[in-house]
Design a binder for this molecule. Structure first.
Ligand SMILES: Cc1cc2nc3c(=O)[nH]c(=O)nc-3n(C[C@H](O)[C@H](O)[C@H](O)COP(=O)(O)OP(=O)(O)OC[C@H]3O[C@@H](n4cnc5c(N)ncnc54)[C@H](O)[C@@H]3O)c2cc1C
Length: 415
């Protein structure tokens, strides 16, 4: 049995950021990683993906993007390189190919089984990612045989799909990017659209994430907003990172010829059923985008900086055909594949401590798992701040949690 003060599970950017912060307190620790450093970016993303956060925003504790394209967006190999360089820079104590299969708690602390090794620790940080499994709607189980189904975790490129039309389910960042790519590959695409967050890529001459960062929106804290449960379930914004800083929204896709339908609500005898709420969800997304743009306009005015930027812009509403069909017969439609872009969920199947809620998510207060002293988590949506699930959001969260963990351990040392 190996012992260390703290075990971190996962060598993604969040686990590495935590490692850097624990080192600053001289807290001995290891990072147990089931695969390699940056494993999710290496094995669970599609080929053409680029970060939707601009390079100037790529930052981890003690490390930041220093290339010559601050307004660009990293490809997957560049993202992996960025995280690997960070791990090397901080000499992160990563044990690769060490999958954690069991975690229990006893009077002495935590006991971890991982890849044939046994560890005990006083504290434990779960940084195993928020996107380990596809979050599939129940309707996925009623699709007829003969239709290929793939989730965004396994999707790599359009060549993987059998010839014919494609239904993409989900209209957040992943769904829109994949629908766009498949359509460009020459296949007819139908997109099932539920609740979504519409954003322009560039607003008044600046990246929308610049506005959200400068005006403080991304720094909003989990304990300061009205409904944190709701905020943690907001879908990812419809953004794509491209060299030309293109806006990717439903108007753009329908302009290309992608068919927009409502949320996929059922499938009976090979007939797909779509919700009639398409117009409503689009109006709501248009309204929320307008509100956000008003907020950043007000911020610019209050700061006396309005003249620095292009004038305020307003965007045309999302265009929806008059009566979008509510059903689609799979046989006649030519649809042969479905891509589920319906979100992700974490996998805690190895965690044998009663700290999960009935939906299988960790019960925590800003990353501190109160029901199990010494247990922390990092990397989840809106963990402590709106930016928590972004790469640059790990710095503040890891700093806060490391301070709490250090005081839990009674550790002394330099912060
Ligand atoms: C499609 C997609 C696009 C995204 N785009 C952006 C973007 O543009 N910009 C941005 O800032 N963020 C983006 N994100 C969000 C975020 O950066 C990622 O979710 C990020 O991977 C989260 O970092 P993490 O370190 O918490 O988790 P991960 O990177 O998933 O790291 C978790 C690590 O834990 C390991 N692990 C899991 N289970 C175990 C186990 N049982 N034992 C041992 N190890 C285990 C995994 O192998 C993995 O290496 C995107 C996310 C997705 C899914």
């Amino acid at each position: 049995m190996n012992h260390t003060s703290c075990v971190i599970i996962g060598a993604g950017h969040a686990g590495l950021a935590m490692s850097r912060c624990l080192s600053a307190y001289s807290i001995d620790h290891v990072i147990l990683e089931r695969g390699e450093i940056a494993n999710s970016w290496k094995n669970e993303r599609w080929d053409s993906l680029r970060l939707l956060t601009p390079n100037w925003q790529a930052r981890l504790p003690g490390f930041a993007y220093d290339g010559d394209d601050p307004d660009g967006f990293m490809t997957m190999p560049e993202t992996i390189g960025f995280i690997e360089r960070y791990a090397a820079l901080i000499s992160a104590p990563v044990r690769p190919n060490t999958p954690v299969t069991s975690v229990v708690r006893d009077d002495a602390g935590y006991r971890i089984e991982a890849g044939g090794e046994q560890w005990s620790s006083d504290a434990l940080v779960i940084a195993s990612g928020a996107c380990n499994l596809p979050s599939l709607p129940t309707v996925a189980a009623s699709m007829p045989p003969g239709i290929d189904m793939i989730s965004t975790l396994d999707y790599r490129n359009p060549e993987q799909l059998q010839p014919g039309g494609v239904l993409v389910v989900g209209a957040s960042a992943s769904g829109l990017q994949i629908a766009d790519e498949i359509h460009r590959s020459g296949r007819p695409v139908t997109l099932a659209v539920g609740e979504h967050v519409r954003l322009p890529r560039v607003y008044r001459g600046r990246d929308i994430l610049w506005w959200m960062q400068a005006s403080g929106v991304l720094d909003e804290r989990y304990d300061e907003i009205d409904d944190i449960v709701r905020a943690r379930n907001v879908p990812s914004p419809q953004l794509v990172g491209t060299p030309e800083r293109r806006t990717l929204d439903l108007n753009y896709l329908s302009g290309l010829g992608v068919q927009l339908r409502g949320r996929l609500s059922g499938c009976n005898d090979g007939k797909l059923l779509f919700s009639g709420s398409l117009r409503n969800v689009c109006e709501l997304a248009d309204l929320k985008m307008k509100r956000l743009l008003n907020t950043v306009d007000e911020w610019a005015e209050e700061q006396g900086r309005a003249a620095e930027f292009d004038p305020p812009e307003r965007h045309p509403p999302t265009e929806i055909e008059d009566s979008p069909p509510l059903t689609l017969n799979l046989d006649n439609s030519g649809i042969r594949s479905i891509v589920w872009a319906t979100g992700y969920r974490p996998d805690f199947s190895w965690l044998q401590i009663p700290v999960l809620d009935r939906k299988g998510y960790l019960r925590h207060d800003g990353g501190i798992v109160a029901d199990s002293p010494g247990l922390y988590c990092l990397g989840a949506t809106f963990l402590r701040r709106r930016k928590s699930s972004f790469i640059h959001g790990a710095e503040d969260d890891a700093t806060d949690l490391a301070a709490h963990l250090a005081s839990f351990l009674g550790a002394t040392g330099e912060a």
